[in-house]
Design a protein around this ligand. Structure first.
Ligand SMILES: Nc1ncnc2c1ncn2[C@@H]1O[C@H](COP(=O)(O)OP(=O)(O)O)[C@@H](O)[C@H]1O
Ligand SMILES: [Mg+2]
Length: 328
């Protein structure tokens, strides 16, 4: 199996000593967590006797061992907040981002991304993480009888800078983004449903997934170029007056990104970026935004407005919390 050097937004290569990535301990102050999951080889890859080029050598480091036909022959190591080997269960991966997901219950916006090449396991992992987060959210609600919770959900897909509602089955609709002076960027006419329990919320998430699959079938080989955002907006209010904070509201975004291989191609040829052909503008801009956020206040202008994905997520990225990324 040939595997490209990962183009993760916050990875750093070091051919001698592993060092911290911009998304590693230093970025913890910025509240960005970067984890990597390696998936096991699938049946086809096993039959083809594909070689695994990546190895987790401890909880934080993966090593890339170039296959013999590559020009670069020296192994390269990358460090992250946490790395998970092919035998790891999604439950273990979820434990690494659980605090991020649950922070939305206390009024802190959070975003969990899956970043990686097509077929690296983004959708598989995000499904599991979303499922486990929903369980934990409803457990928290059960254990917090003093508060009234309302959970709303919306789902959208961005393909070639067109925004589609995943809770509205009208496939032709391309939603507009509007600038609201109070709320920031809003997606005009995006359906937002209020979940009346965990089962209902799961049903709504399943509708989003099914809607995305309809789109993927229609798009064929371009399917890996769309981003999916499932947004839960969690509001809670104290039932009785006390010294505690009375109301919280925050959103929790689960973002299953388009395949990153397209982004690396565009890195190689900047002219094509300007021409806008076969380019995933949103993924490129997200990479820039996260790089800038990870270096902190010195980074100057952050180009949120350059793509639909970063415009829609701007509000959540400002107080950035989570960035799991996945390579294989
Ligand atoms: N950790 C894993 N363990 C077992 N199978 C996995 C794992 N991650 C991904 N897969 C399988 O690999 C295939 C590609 O995963 P998928 O999530 O669709 O990739 P992506 O969304 O990155 O394109 C799917 O068949 C999926 O079930
Ligand atoms: Mg996918």
């Amino acid at each position: 199996m040939t595997v490209r050097t990962p183009g993760t937004p916050a990875s750093k290569i070091d051919r001698t000593t592993p060092v911290s990535t911009p998304g590693g301990p230093k970025a913890r102050e910025e509240k960005i967590v970067v984890t990597v999951r390696l998936r096991p080889l699938n049946k086809r890859e096993q039959l083809a006797k594909d070689q695994v080029s990546w190895e987790c050598i401890d909880d934080h480091t993966i090593v890339y061992k170039p296959p013999p036909h590559e020009r670069v022959t020296q192994p390269a190591s990358f460090t992250f907040d946490k790395v998970f080997g092919p035998a790891c269960l999604t439950e273990t991966v979820y434990d690494g981002v659980k605090n991020v997901a649950l922070s939305a219950l206390n009024g802190i916006n959070a975003t969990i991304f899956a970043y990686g090449q097509t077929s690296s396991g983004k959708t598989y992992t995000m499904r599991g993480i979303t499922e486990k987060a929903v369980n934990d959210i409803y457990n928290h609600i059960m254990n917090t009888p003093e508060r009234d919770f309302t959970i709303k959900i919306s789902g959208l897909e961005i393909y070639n800078e067109n925004v589609k509602d995943l809770l509205n089955s009208d496939p032709g609709r391309n939603l507009k983004l509007l600038d609201d002076p109070e709320k920031g960027t809003v997606v005009e006419k995006l359906v937002e449903e209020t979940a009346n329990g965990s089962q209902h919320l799961r049903q709504l998430i399943n509708i989003c997934e099914a809607q995305r699959q309809v789109g993927e079938t229609a798009l064929n080989d371009t399917s890996s170029r769309s981003h999916q955002i499932i947004r839960l907006t969690i509001e809670s209010t104290l039932r009785e007056n006390s010294d505690c904070v009375r109301s919280f509201v925050a959103s929790l975004n689960f973002v299953d990104l388009a395949g990153s291989e397209r982004a690396s191609q565009t890195h190689a040829d900047g002219a094509r970026l300007r021409e806008g052909c076969h380019i995933n503008l949103s993924l490129m801009t997200l990479t820039t935004v996260i790089r800038k956020l990870s270096v902190g206040k010195r980074s100057g202008h952050i180009p949120y407005r350059d793509s639909k994905l970063t415009r829609i997520l701007q509000h959540s990225l400002v107080g950035m919390h989570g960035l799991p990324s996945f390579v294989r």
